[in-house]
Design a protein around this ligand. Structure first.
Ligand code: ADE
Ligand code: ZN
Ligand code: ZN
Length: 236
């Protein structure tokens, strides 16, 4: 996601943290909100010292297959990164600096895990090579899902989060079921559908924005509620 997607994810999660998780996060994040730190992993991308983390934001494997059965990248991927971050934060023998770094990465990566084009295929770099027009301007399928679509609703991240935080307990528990492995395959299956509905050179605009509104909001909501689950378990 772009900044808005990550902030929405963080802001939704904030509403569903346990007391214990809230206290641990307040300490490690120096009082900053999840939304505030959620974009950290993108902010460090421009710094060459952090280039080894660029493969952490996504995973590519053949459509129609599962992550578990896929050949793993030597550079790591979003699933391996989430596991590493979880371990690093959990182990209190690690330095505070190391734990804080991996916590901020984790908060970002649970968001990206729910951007369907971040659980994608290698051939076109997760849609980056699928050039399309967005309201008459050059874009690509990856960018449409990172930011064009979300921006088309003209809502701030807090407005989006308020809307998507409204979920009853039963619904929330249902959404929070499963593991990282289930969630990555779920995003990957959605990604396959998105490829089917677009061709190179398509003119996307109002129609696409309307048709994919529910799916976009669903992925943001899942990301937020599941981030809360991951953090609650981590600090239980
Ligand atoms: N580069 C290659 N594949 C990618 C993906 N799925 N998402 C983001 N960047 C990528
Ligand atoms: Zn990212
Ligand atoms: Zn992206």
């Amino acid at each position: 996601w772009g900044k808005t997607g990550h902030r929405v994810t963080g802001e939704i999660a904030q509403d569903y943290l346990t007391g214990k998780a809230k206290r641990a996060l307040k300490d490690l994040l120096d009082g900053h909100s999840l939304a505030f730190v959620s974009t950290f992993a993108d902010d460090i991308k421009a710094d060459r010292a952090f280039s080894k983390y660029s493969a952490w934001h996504y995973v590519n494997y053949p459509l129609g297959t599962s992550y578990r059965d896929s050949q793993k990248s030597e550079y790591g991927d979003i699933v391996m990164a989430i596991e590493e971050c979880t371990q690093k934060v959990k182990d209190e023998r690690n330095s505070r600096e190391d734990r804080v770094f991996h916590l901020k990465m984790l908060i970002h990566l649970i968001g990206d895990l729910h951007q369907p084009m971040h659980a994608s295929r290698a051939e076109d770099k997760g849609g980056n090579d699928i050039q399309v027009q967005w309201f008459g301007e050059g874009s690509n399928l990856h960018r449409v899902w990172d930011k064009n679509l979300i921006e088309s609703y003209g809502m701030t991240y807090t407005e989006l989060a308020d809307e998507l935080s409204k979920v009853d307990r039963k619904q929330r528990k249902k959404i929070q079921e499963g593991t990282i492995y289930d969630w990555v395959d779920e995003s990957h299956a959605i990604c396959a559908e998105l490829y089917d509905s677009v061709e190179i050179g398509d003119q996307l605009g109002y129609r696409y924005s309307y048709d994919y509104n529910d799916l976009l909001f669903q992925q943001l909501q899942r990301g937020g509620l599941r981030l809360a689950k991951v953090l609650n378990n981590l600090f239980a």
